[in-house]
Write a protein that binds this ligand. Structure first.
Ligand code: 5GP
Length: 177
């Protein structure tokens, strides 16, 4: 499982690993947040209503879920992840720290990797540079990020995403692909 604060570059890292190792199944989460420009339903996320999300929880369709940034709910669909694991494929979940802790409870052998920014300022600049959120949304993400950074020690490995290629290599080596 890959976690770390918003803007740290988790998505880019995971997509680089996936391109190099297509055998890996990268879970597509469900979320109640609205798509950002350029995001494709079913590729980046399954964008669902609150009612649909409630139904997924009620039918035990999610491996884990959490409310992130106090703004929206995100969850991992159970079926596709279990099917990939049954088929012997490595699985990557890119989820927040609350979700990572839940998965650790139900899958104790899962490996938890925390992606950290080189510095706090880098994170702030990357988040602003995305240009995708309002100042209020950015501020909320930074509050979550401060908290998430205090939880680094709960993880099996911390990778600092300073130079992308180096971080990709470290991640691939650590998860044994
Ligand atoms: P964003 O809105 O920027 O795409 O994602 C916000 C946060 O939600 C990120 O920290 C991301 O890791 C987390 N997230 C994405 N999908 C899931 C999921 O399925 N479960 C949990 N718990 N967190 C998720």
């Amino acid at each position: 499982m890959i976690s770390g604060p918003a803007g740290v570059g988790k998505g880019t890292l995971v997509s680089r690993v996936h391109t190099a190792h297509p055998e890996v199944y990268v879970s597509v989460s469900v979320t109640t947040r609205f798509p950002r420009p350029g995001e494709v339903d079913g590729t980046h996320y399954h964008f669902v209503s609150d009612v649909h999300f409630d139904e997924l929880i009620a039918s035990d369709g999610l491996l884990e879920w959490a409310e992130v940034h106090g703004a929206a709910r995100y969850g991992t669909p159970r079926g596709p992840v279990c099917a990939a694991l049954d088929a012997g494929r490595p699985v990557i979940l890119e989820i927040d720290v609350q979700g990572a802790m839940q998965v650790r409870q139900v899958m104790p052998t899962a490996v938890l990797v925390f992606i950290a920014p080189p510095t706090w300022d880098t994170l702030v600049n990357r988040l602003r540079g995305r240009g995708a959120e309002t100042e209020e949304q950015i501020a909320r993400r930074l509050v979550t990020a401060r908290h998430e950074l205090t939880l680094e020690d709960e993880f099996d490995k911390v990778i600092v995403n300073d130079e992308l290629d180096t971080a990709v290599t470290e991640l691939v080596e650590f998860i044994g692909l």
